[in-house]
Design a protein around this ligand. Structure first.
Ligand code: COA
Length: 173
């Protein structure tokens, strides 16, 4: 299935289907992330619209007429962030996430950073196998505060992964 899905930029008409995938895939966080960080829905529709307005460029994977995944990339000046990576539960582990990751990161020519929950071991495994590496706790703290707008509690309970370019020293100030 991963090989068949087509990747294209999201259209305004995709937002409802994207939200449905986010809501279903984010169920993986329930019971894994700290209870005080879980809320339902995980991402309110207004937040998805706000992220698009804030410059997160979303790409979707489409299998036939059905969306099966989405991933965003956000330009932050000296780095780019991979944001909101979700594959429909029935389609996970078939390569769609990897294809989306390669596709969104190919859009930019900058070091790439990715933040996720420290307890989301599956997501960390996914990025590690795609060549990303965990930054140190001190760097994580600095990077999350510099490039993300998330609550202090989420900074505490998150990790940051970086690509080879960032690790090689092309770091932000
Ligand atoms: C993380 C995610 C986007 C990966 O997409 P995907 O299409 O499943 O990924 P791929 O098929 O390309 O890669 C699969 C690899 O990812 C990791 N992985 C994905 N899902 C996993 C799971 N449930 N348990 C353990 N490892 C998992 C493994 O390394 C896996 O390789 P393997 O199957 O050989 O063990 C997807 O699983 C997802 O939407 N998860 C829930 C939401 C989430 O955690 N998003 C990440 C936010 S930063």
């Amino acid at each position: 299935m991963g090989g068949l899905a087509m990747i294209r930029k999201c259209a305004a008409s995709d937002v409802a289907a994207m939200w449905t995938i986010i809501d279903a895939a984010a169920q993986a966080y329930r019971g894994a992330i700290p209870a005080d960080c879980w809320h339902e829905p995980y991402m309110p529709m207004e937040e998805l619209h706000a992220e698009i307005a804030a410059g997160v460029e979303f790409w979707v994977a489409e299998d036939g007429a059905r969306l099966v995944g989405l991933m965003g990339i956000q330009d932050k000046g000296d780095v780019a962030l991979v944001r909101h990576a979700y594959v429909a539960p029935a389609t996970q582990r078939s390569g769609v996430g990897t294809r989306l990751l390669r596709h969104v990161t190919a859009q930019v020519d900058k070091p790439i950073l990715i933040g996720t929950w420290a307890n989301a071991s599956w997501a960390i495994a996914f990025y590690l196998r795609n060549g990303y590496a965990l930054v140190t706790p001190a760097e994580k703290e600095r990077l999350l505060r510099a490039y993300w707008s998330i609550p202090a509690r989420q900074v505490e309970t998150s990790v940051v992964l970086a690509d080879a370019r960032w690790m090689a020293g092309a770091r932000g100030a």
